[in-house]
Design a protein. Sequence first.
Length: 763
Amino acid sequence: MQRAIWVLWGIAACVPQEGGARRAGDARSEPVVIPGERMVAAVAAEGARCEAAACDRACEAGNAQACALAAERSWNGQYGHAFDPAAALRYARRGCDDNDGLACTLLGLHHANGVATAWAPAEAVAAFEKACQTGVGLGCLELGTMYSRGHGVDVDPGKAAAAFVRAKRHFRAACEGSDPRACAYVERTKDGDIPDDLARRACAGGFATSCVDVLVHRISSGNGVIAEEIDTLDRMCTAGEGFACTVLAHEVSRARRPGARARVVALTIRACELGDPESCLVLGRLNEATDARARGNDVKHSYFDRACDRASGRACLYLAQDTYVTGPAARVAAYAQRACELGEAAGCTMMVRNQLEQNDVAGADRWAREGCRRGARYDCEHLVDRNLELPWTTGGDRKRLYRRGCGRGEAPACQRLAAIEHAEEPVLAALRDAVTRRDAAAFARLADGEVKLHGLWFESAGCAAQFARKDALPASAGPAFLACLAGHGLRLEPHASVGGTPALVYDPGVVLELDITSGQVQQITALQPGSLQRDAAPIASEVLASHLVAGTHTVEPDPGLRAAIIAAPDMVAGVELTVCIDTTGKVKEARARPVTPDRDRYASYVHAVEAAAAQWRFRPFEVHGKTVPVCALDVFAYPPDRRREVALATAAGGAPFDRDGPRTVAPTELDSQRIAGNKLIVPDDATKTEIAVSGQSRLVGTFKLCLDEAGQITSVGQLKSTGFPAYDRTIDRELHNWRYRPFWIDGRPQPVCTAVTFIYSQR
């Protein structure tokens, strides 16, 4: 939902407009100047638009616009009104029955978020569509958002795009007509900000939230914090504009003056009280980080509950996760269901787990579909395991999911994968032909719109500059792109890197995987190792093997691990090897990692694979008569007959074969769960002196940090010293004081480990 909902009638009578009939977006016009007093007055006008008794009487008398006002008044308790979702639903339904577009939008939000009524995505779509047809841009916007996010409906890019076009048309017409408030929604920057001229016009029309946007523009364009703007924000916050409180809290935090933290907390409390769910969520997290036990937990949950009631899916998810440890299963499921209904994929996964534990497979299927729509891998895999149709996903995602299932030995997944690949073969052949003929028109028919590129490599410096590691291919660059591919001899041939099916390949052995949806190419990716040297071509493992002239490709585990694998039929040693070869055919880099997360169990096999690779020698790889460096991702497995299983899992994203021991997660993932602890760890004064004497200006240290299922730190280990033992001890000591929320994977809290790197610079 957007930051505010506004009424599309009667605004000029509440707050006089300034600036005349200036057209929205006309940069040549003089900017509208809105005094601070007028901005504060706009807040008061927001609260006075619907005096309770008068609005209610008018609605009961059949005034649909009054019903919309009454519904908006009670929706989230802003501007001094009581939060009363049941009343908001009642008024919204009555107003929508009488064809008021804003009332229909509010009714849709009730159904889309399950607020004061059962979650009903189909009814939400109908309400948003009705609102959109009446010319209310917000209805179109919410409709497009449902289809773009997959919120209760399958993702449908076509419907989403059409709804967004209609929304913009309605917003612009209203903005250029009698409702300048709509200017706030005509367009947004990539960061979600409103252009200053549009924000000024909306503010002049009485939209208090846009007045805050105007103040943000003034502050960001000035030299430091501007006192007048800060004062206006303060007065607007006091008057009841929650967004002003949030912005003011940010500015106070940036100033870092004495007492700033207390002031930030007070402002965040004010924003929460004014109906902003995100501020309530922040307060819950702040209380989570305190040392208080029983009372602190109660305060934390009170804020999470308030945010959850106001449709914050993240708050509902936190409540589900916290209740999981001590609360009854029914309460956990209730919170998890709300989180899922509000678009939190992790909540859907918790529901799938819950339903399976209750032996309700049909219920698990239902929630798995919702989670898969939102990108939850576990939920999608549940559907694959059950041989059920996946909701709309891109072609590449579907293939990866079915490859993963096929790698687990599931015949239906293999059949579905084969069907997808068979259907894509004509597109691959057509693309090859377009490249061979350098037929830009044919290529444009296959790639209608911008095509994403990832990891491509070209020997030509000109081609590399244009297309290597670029995010997207604009339509105008199609002819040059075709010429570059043609110069490398693009061809269609079977390759084991994608399960032995036909793939597009170009010299010296680069394999392309295409994301094809509805016959259209959406993305072109070069299959590549996890770490790739910048100037090296990412080639297929079988091409690498064809150039091997010295060394062996057969590697067995040591006797102890081999005996353990033989004794446990479900156990498999799977290793990925990234190997890079220089222009002379010598191995420049060889790094292996186990496919399974338990690194200690398979450490000996990893070392054996790396040792074997270090002895390899190759015939140099050439393109246009010039030797080039290459890298490849190879796969080793024991027992050897399970190599295809490991290869399919690797191609699908490296699915683990067992889940013993802690998972290794990215530092950024774990940091998002950190709730307490000093992150800026610096040396003590004596160590700073030592560093200065040494002449070093930059220290780097890396530490391994492991947590248990409860989020408690179980171990801290040094991976790379900073070079100063006293600083290492300081880091170790501070790391033990860090606190985390439990780290959830696939609907369960899991033990995890990560590597934390500290960089300290001193002049």
